[in-house]
Design a binder for this molecule. Structure first.
Ligand SMILES: Cc1cc2nc3c(=O)[nH]c(=O)nc-3n(C[C@H](O)[C@H](O)[C@H](O)COP(=O)(O)O)c2cc1C
Length: 174
């Protein structure tokens, strides 16, 4: 079984990025499960002085979930031409985790406009020696759309692209 951890960079209740990840969870092919990480807002601001045993409980949970995942699936908005602070903070907590190197990561971009943050996130994760799975990285333009997961699942063009990306992710991990 391939276990992916989905991470949305948006804390908004009706986030298009989270909706896209929720659709991916519902479309996971046989042999793949996708769990959504819901603890982004519970992580304390990164502080190297706290990056020692015992870790803050939220950090230990985050690291455990990343370690247990075969790969990450990230969907994030762009704020002020950059990565949302809460998402960058989460990955700052992973920098000293020796198990992170080589972790497969794919991006599901929910905006075609957010090129600066996409490039910045890629740079951060490549710096941390993540393995970017290009074949599983897609852009589904949902910017400004009032959509929910059921509507998205009725859009055959969207679901087709998600399924192809997830199948490519499975191939890349086998
Ligand atoms: C404070 C703030 C700053 C933003 N800055 C940018 C930006 O620099 N570039 C951009 O393309 N969109 C920007 N946006 C728009 C969001 O990235 C966009 O609405 C995104 O789709 C929201 O994602 P969500 O629906 O998952 O919350 C900004 C939005 C907010 C609230």
């Amino acid at each position: 079984m391939i276990r992916l951890l989905a991470i949305s960079g948006s804390l908004r209740a009706v986030s298009t990025n989270t909706t896209l990840l929720n659709a991916a969870m519902r479309l996971a092919p046989d042999g793949m499960t996708i769990a959504l990480f819901e603890g982004l807002a519970t992580l304390p601001p990164f502080n190297p002085d706290l990056d020692v045993d015992p870790l803050p409980a939220a950090v230990a949970d985050w690291r455990g979930r990343v370690a247990a995942a075969d790969g990450l699936l990230i969907s994030s908005p762009e704020y002020a031409r950059g990565i949302p602070g809460s998402l960058k903070n989460a990955f700052d907590w992973m920098v000293s985790d020796t198990e992170f190197a080589g972790k497969p990561v794919a991006f599901f971009h929910a905006s075609e406009r957010a090129v600066a943050s996409q490039a910045a996130l890629r740079l951060v994760l490549e710096t941390m020696s993540a393995r970017i799975v290009e074949d599983a990285t897609i852009t589904v333009p949902l910017l400004g759309k009032q959509t929910d997961v059921d509507s998205l699942l009725h859009d055959k063009a969207v679901t087709g692209r998600i399924v192809v990306a997830l199948e490519a992710y499975a191939v890349a991990l086998t």
